[in-house]
Each structure stands twice: as C-alpha cells, then as structure tokens.
Design a binder for this molecule. Structure first.
Ligand code: IMP
Length: 184
C-alpha cells in the first residue's frame, strides 16, 4: 500500500483510491446509529453480532457509544459448493452460544447486493432469536437486490467500490482510518 501525501491518493496493488469519507464524518454517523439503538433497545440486553472481517472498526466505534447492557460476538459466513443435489452451502462460523430468545443486532461493514445479509439472516432465524435487526455502516441502495429492510444505516453511498475503515481491496486497506473510493 502506497500513500501519496500531496494528493492523498492511495495505491493498493493495481488500483488507486481517493479520499471519500473523512474519519470525522464516519464517527458522526456511527454515533447517530448508536443513539438510535440506545433508544430502541432500552430495557433489552441485545447481542451485537459483528460480521468479520470488514465490520471490526465500525463495531468497535459503535459499541463505544452504546450505553445498554449488552453482549458481543463475531461470526463469519463461509460459502462452499456442496454436492450436486445441495448446491451452495452456507456455514456460519464462530457462534458458540445460544441465541434463542435474544434480541440480535447484526453489525455489517457494508450492504451491497444484500446476498450475504440474507444468508446470514436465514441461518440466524432458524435458531429462534426473539428479534433480528441489521446495522450497517454503509449501504448501496442502487446495488441492493433484496426486499429485507436494513434497520440502521450509517451512510448511503452510490454504487462505487470503497476501501478503508475495515473494508478491503484484495485483503489490503482495512487499517485505513477513513474511507477511500476507487479512482476511475
Ligand atoms: P453483498 O453480499 O453483495 O451485500 O456484499 C457484502 C460484502 O461484500 C461486504 O461485507 C464486503 O465484504 C464486500 N463489499 C461490498 N462492496 C464493497 C466495497 O465497495 N468495498 C469493499 N468490500 C465490499
């Protein structure tokens, strides 16, 4: 990863990215999401379920502004080809505790087509939680192909590829403290 400090252009492998959302704007939108959740879940003890890898920075900043009694856990969704009859199999990795009767808040970095989210939602629903809601830092409404509501959105963005604050390009760039967009 190379930084050109004069223009703040970042090069990751074969692509260059320009500044898009500042750290200040990100944190302000994260705080707004936290305030809504604090109100909506008053009296409940929700489980915040972070979807790895991309959600780790959002998750951390969000939870610092949550003043509810709550628990946290992290999951990963693995997809692989099953046999001819079963087709694609989705497996949830990391959830060791029971979620039966719990209020679940799924914490995502970004919702693009919504495929990941719906797979995750279906797997979690089968475990009989009391409720499931979704909080995402970024949401691309033009790319979203599902009808499932996204309950808490930090920022809506156009259908462009973004990097930083947990989001990667080919595994790199997750450690950037603000968000960059592909320079085309
Ligand atoms: P979906 O299943 O199409 O909604 O995609 C969700 C996942 O794709 C996210 O959790 C990210 O890992 C990845 N993704 C989608 N858009 C971007 C992007 O603009 N930059 C980096 N990763 C992205």
């Amino acid at each position: 990863m190379q930084r050109n400090t004069d223009m703040e252009i970042i090069t990751v492998k074969d692509k260059s990215f320009k500044p898009y959302i500042s750290e200040e704007d990100l944190l302000a939108s994260v705080k707004k999401v936290a305030s809504k959740i604090n109100i909506d879940y008053k009296g409940s003890v929700p489980l915040f379920l972070g979807v790895l890898n991309g959600s780790f920075m959002f998750f951390s900043d969000l939870l610092k502004s949550i003043d509810l009694e709550c628990t946290v856990s992290f999951v990963k969704l693995a997809s692989y080809e099953g046999t001819n009859t079963t087709g694609q199999v989705n497996e949830l990795i990391g959830l060791s505790e029971s979620i039966e009767g719990r209020d679940i808040i799924i914490v995502e970095d970004i919702v693009d087509t919504g495929n990941t989210l719906v797979k995750l939602y279906d797997i979690l629903s089968a475990k009989n939680p009391k409720s499931i809601k979704i909080a995402t830092l970024l949401y691309k409404p033009e790319a979203y192909k599902k009808s499932h509501p996204i309950n808490y959105v930090g920022l809506e963005i156009p259908n462009a590829f973004v990097l930083g604050y947990g989001l990667d390009y080919d595994g790199l760039g997750r450690n950037l403290s603000s968000i960059y967009v592909l320079n085309e």
